[in-house]
Design a protein around this ligand. Structure first.
Ligand code: HEM
Length: 497
């Protein structure tokens, strides 16, 4: 009797697996309405892309059209690679594309389901984003400007003293700003600080877990129930959680002593009831700020320096405006922003030329989405490929050329009608975009005002040498920072008093 039941359960299980992993992929394969894409194996679908996937996808967009579809086993992935298609699919359908695909290893196990950037549609993401908005919306972002300007001056001084370490200085700037905002730490944060090293270790593990094909449990979630199979991933989660909890505990005791600086963690603790957040949601939300805001900003600053060195004529145009508006007796500040459209145009173009989130972050369709003659089926992953969109020749003519002037109108003012998706799409757009834009403005203005940034003739820059990660970073490169201001150190010091 027992034996018969066991056989029946085994047959039942095999039928379910056969349907899920053989019949369902075939059904999806036959769906004539999917956007076009390269042919794949009848059962397994397309081969995983290998290194520099974001470049390969951008090439497929040039070959097959603005939206392509690929199939990896049961997963359908649609890549959106042109501006208007991104507006049509990811902006106009933002309610149906705000979900994230399931990430068993990276999110459910390694992050305990708590990491904001990987959280799917539902009540939790609404609560988390509401809490983030309250702290990062444009009006509140204004209040960080003074701290950002102070750190930007330190960045310029650091580049002056040790130009060979300019990328470390960019990382120090970004880490200092985000840690000051999050935990209220006011002293500069070095990348070698133990706390930063712990967060970076966790982020590296996360990045590795997010690589397609990294963990079999993502394809076969039932594996997580095999005792011991995911114990390493669970250990990583415990390590990260206890670190995030310890940071919150520090702020809690500062609050109890009445010594807490005004910061995101203090705000979350004070408003925890209203925001309806659990203790661990608070810990992870604060911890996630570093992951989301640090390397993104640091990489963007390094790309600005790279572009300045590679394109001296574009740099000179910004400096001409800086000389005219600011002169050389004082340093630019946030108050000058409206009068310095060349500065903004320069960093907007740098962010388009080498988009930090080149591959884009995956969204997931919660309904069938009709686009032109195609249907993106419910459950499909939708990824806006920033690199391909940045190369859309209809929106950015001559897209390979670095040309900040494309962002300005005939009156040399910033164009209202030209946009790029540096910060992503729809209801998952980056919540830190205002803080990030402020960082880019003040650092670009101060750096190009203070220095002529140039290539080192003995070490020419390779403009394509970038890391192969979810957030791309330039490979180390050398630049010279030649002061253009007499008494630079004194002028910088005067403004900061
Ligand atoms: C130049 C710097 C930055 C860039 C290029 C950038 C880019 C992005 C992108 C592309 C996304 C994903 C959007 C999508 O899914 O479509 C994102 C999400 C996010 N960003 Fe940023 N970001 C930057 C700075 C920051 C900063 C400074 C913070 C916080 C202080 C921040 C916090 C976040 C958070 C919390 C999310 C997750 C939002 C969600 O999944 O709902 N970012 N960012």
């Amino acid at each position: 009797m027992l034996c018969k039941a066991a056989v029946l359960s085994a047959v039942g299980l095999l039928s379910v697996l056969f349907y899920k992993y053989v019949l369902e992929p075939l059904r999806l394969q036959r769906k004539a309405s999917l956007p076009p894409g390269p042919p794949g194996h009848w059962l397994f679908g397309n081969a995983l892309p290998g290194p520099y996937a974001y470049r390969q996808y951008a090439n497929l967009i040039s070959e097959y059209g603005p939206v392509i579809s690929l199939r990896y086993g049961r997963r359908i992935v649609c890549i959106v690679g042109r501006y208007q298609a991104a507006v049509d699919i990811l902006v106009k359908h933002s309610a149906e594309t705000m979900d994230r695909p399931r990430a068993v290893a990276a999110h459910e196990i390694m992050s305990g389901g708590l990491r904001v950037v990987l959280t799917g549609e539902g009540d939790r993401i609404k609560r988390l984003r509401r809490a983030l908005h309250a702290f990062l919306q444009p009006k509140v972002a204004e209040t960080y400007k003074e701290m950002q300007a102070k750190n930007a001056r330190t960045y310029v001084l650091d580049c002056y003293h040790t130009p060979g370490e300019h990328m470390e200085h960019a990382k120090k700037y970004a880490a200092s700003v985000v840690i000051s905002m999050t935990y209220g730490k006011t002293t500069p944060t070095s990348y070698s600080d133990p706390e930063v090293q712990i967060v970076n270790r966790c982020l590296r593990r996360l990045g590795a877990a997010l690589r397609p094909g990294a963990h079999l449990v993502d394809t076969y979630p039932f594996l997580q129930y095999i005792p011991g199979y995911t114990s390493q991933l669970r250990k990583y989660h415990q390590e990260e959680l206890s670190f995030f909890r310890s940071q919150i505990a520090n702020v809690k005791s500062q609050l109890a002593r009445g010594e807490a600086e005004s910061c995101f963690a203090a705000h979350l603790l004070r408003e925890q009831q209203n925001l309806q957040l659990s203790g661990d949601e608070v810990a992870y939300l604060a911890g996630a700020m570093f992951g989301a805001g640090s390397d993104t900003t640091a990489s963007s600053l390094a790309i600005v320096s790279m572009a300045a060195a590679l394109f001296p004529e574009a740099q000179a145009k910004v400096q001409a405006q800086l000389d005219q508006v600011i002169g050389r007796e004082r340093a630019p500040t946030f108050d000058d922003e409206a009068d310095l459209p060349e500065v903004t145009a320069f960093f907007l173009e740098a962010s388009r030329w080498r988009p930090v989130a080149s591959g884009g972050f995956a969204h997931r369709a919660t309904k069938d989405i009709v686009w032109k003659d195609y249907v993106i089926p419910v459950g499909a992953e939708i990824v806006g490929n920033h690199l391909a969109i940045a190369r859309d020749p209809e929106v950015y003519p001559d897209p390979e050329t670095f040309n900040p002037q494309r962002w300005l109108d005939a009156n040399r003012r910033l164009r209202e009608d030209l946009k790029f998706f540096t910060f992503g799409f729809g209801r998952r757009i980056c919540v830190g975009q205002h803080v990030a834009d402020n960082s880019l403005f003040i650092n670009t203005a101060l750096t190009l005002w203070a220095f002529n940034v140039s290539q080192n003739p003995s070490a020419p820059i390779d403009p394509d040498a970038f890391t192969d990660e979810a957030l791309i970073f330039p490979q180390p490169f050398s630049v010279s920072f030649t002061p253009r201001i007499d008494g630079l150190l004194e002028v910088l010091k005067e403004g900061s008093d």
